[in-house]
Design a protein around this ligand. Structure first.
Ligand code: GDP
Ligand code: GDP
Length: 436
């Protein structure tokens, strides 16, 4: 199910990131335990009352060295493209400036719901100054103080009142939702177009929702698929679309709704830091992953070349050792037919359930083969295991003392589970739990 997206726009220094951090708290969606993934504070989950939504700080998307008015225009365009509701933040100490008026014009034309936050109203006496902001034409201005945490509740009440009453239609259980992520120019749009033009692929309809996202429905051999968010790949040419932060933002949005994420790599230019970062997001989100090496036509292609490139991918993406690799060319369509079956396998793995008795046979055999470790004279005892979730498959292993279950033994059990049940293309999670 798609969560509503809220974007904050406003001039530099009006307090966008202060408000963002307050609303998001510490629940930033990105953690740092994967090399190359830095903490990125532009897109994160926030909560208000019984609503969970995603929040964008458009100020964090540096577009380059542009004059202020142009910068503001691009930020407003990003908010309009990506968000369902826009918080337009102004500095209550400074009044309305020319840049604010520029933003106002764009937001007005977009017809998106806009909530006015007048920041830096740190004490009640200052509230009298907010009436001038009615002149912007967005209705009631909300006096707030990001640094003191004042007035945010009233503003958020207004924001969530614009969320759709009924969340978007429940997604169909049997349909496989997938997205393509990768840095600009790896061939995402080329690959989508190539897929849609395949002979066996039936594109049932291109379903424009009332909002910005466009899903493409397709059927291959009676399996339904949805490609998420190709809108951003189709309509293009905007300045900000080539910035790294913006592609990360789009990737995060698409990953969230996917069962399977295709991580695209460019065979011609090879793997760069940005690829690793993007792949890290998908891994952390717990989605099934297929690595697609595109532009394979540019490589002198034989078995050896493939093996060599595969070794390179494995070395760079060690934490994605479960992800199958598909080599293809979106341009010549060579090996294109190999992709859909792999997406299917990854999706099945992602949703697979293992019966408790079968699982325990495997775990007990594993323990018999490689006895549990002893720490400070105390031996880990594994009592039983059970699968507690799918997407990704997650297992609780009940033990005498979870402290004794070290990373390496966890890894050993994971490998045994993979040997027995496959789980190709999906991360799996194993938690040690103290037996109650
Ligand atoms: P951004 O550039 O819009 O993201 O603005 P920041 O969040 O970085 O804030 C800019 C400056 O304004 C910082 O020095 C903040 O501490 C300050 N600031 C943010 N919110 C408030 C507020 O409510 N009152 C006051 N007095 N200062 C604030
Ligand atoms: P996106 O930014 O990830 O959507 O990338 P595009 O689909 O726009 O492709 C970027 C460039 O790479 C375009 O010039 C494509 O023609 C080219 N391209 C895409 N796929 C292939 C491929 O398989 N082989 C070659 N040689 N070029 C490709």
């Amino acid at each position: 199910m798609r969560k509503s997206v809220v974007a904050i726009v406003g001039r530099p220094n009006v307090g966008k990131s202060t408000i963002f951090n307050r609303l998001v708290g510490e629940r930033i969606s990105i953690v740092e335990d994967i090399p190359g993934v830095t903490r990125d504070r532009i897109y994160a989950q926030a909560e208000w009352l019984n609503h969970t939504f995603n929040l964008i700080d458009t100020g964090g998307i540096e577009i380059g060295d542009e004059p202020l008015l142009l910068k503001m225009r691009h930020q407003a365009e990003i908010a309009i493209d990506e968000a369902d509701v826009i918080i337009f933040l102004l500095n209550g100490k400074e009044g309305i400036t020319a840049a604010d008026e520029e933003v106002t014009k764009l937001l007005f034309k977009s017809n998106k719901p806009v909530v006015l936050g007048i920041n830096k109203i740190d004490n009640p006496e200052m509230r009298d100054t907010i009436y001038e902001y009615y002149s912007l034409g967005f209705g009631e201005p909300f006096p707030i103080s990001g640094s003191h945490g004042l007035g945010l509740g009233d503003m958020l009440d207004q924001v969530v009142s614009y969320f759709p009453q009924k969340e978007m239609a429940e997604e169909n259980e049997d349909t496989i939702y997938f997205s393509l992520i990768g840095r600009p120019n790896v061939g995402k749009s080329s690959l989508v177009n190539a897929l849609l033009n395949e002979e066996r692929v039936i594109v049932s309809d291109i379903e424009g929702t009332t909002r910005d996202a466009i899903d493409t429905n397709l059927t291959v051999d009676s399996q339904d698929f949805v490609i998420i968010d190709t809108a951003g790949m189709r309509k293009r040419g905007k300045v900000y679309e080539t910035t790294e932060k913006y592609s990360v933002l789009r990737a995060l949005k698409a990953i969230e709704r996917s069962d399977v994420v295709l991580v695209l790599i460019d065979a011609e230019t090879g793997i760069i830091e940005q690829d690793k970062k993007i792949a890290g997001y998908a891994h952390q989100a717990g989605r099934a992953i297929v690595i697609v090496v595109n532009k394979w036509d540019t490589i002198e292609s034989d078995e050896k070349a493939m093996k060599k490139f595969e070794d390179k991918v494995r070395a760079h993406f060690q934490y994605l050792d479960y992800a199958p690799i598909v080599f293809l060319s979106a341009m010549t369509k060579k090996r294109l037919h190999t992709l859909i079956p792999v997406i299917k396998i990854a999706s099945e793995s992602h949703a697979k359930r293992i019966q408790t008795n079968v699982l325990n046979d495997v775990i007990m055999d594993a323990i018999a083969m490689n006895p549990t470790p002893t720490v400070k004279g105390k031996r880990l005892k594994v009592l039983y295991a059970t699968q507690v979730a799918v997407k990704p498959p997650s297992f609780a292993v009940f033990v005498n003392d979870p402290e004794l279950m070290h990373f390496s033994y966890n890894r050993f059990l994971e490998n045994k589970i993979r040997d027995a049940f496959g789980f190709i293309g999906t991360p799996i999670k194993i938690f040690a739990r103290r037996r109650q």
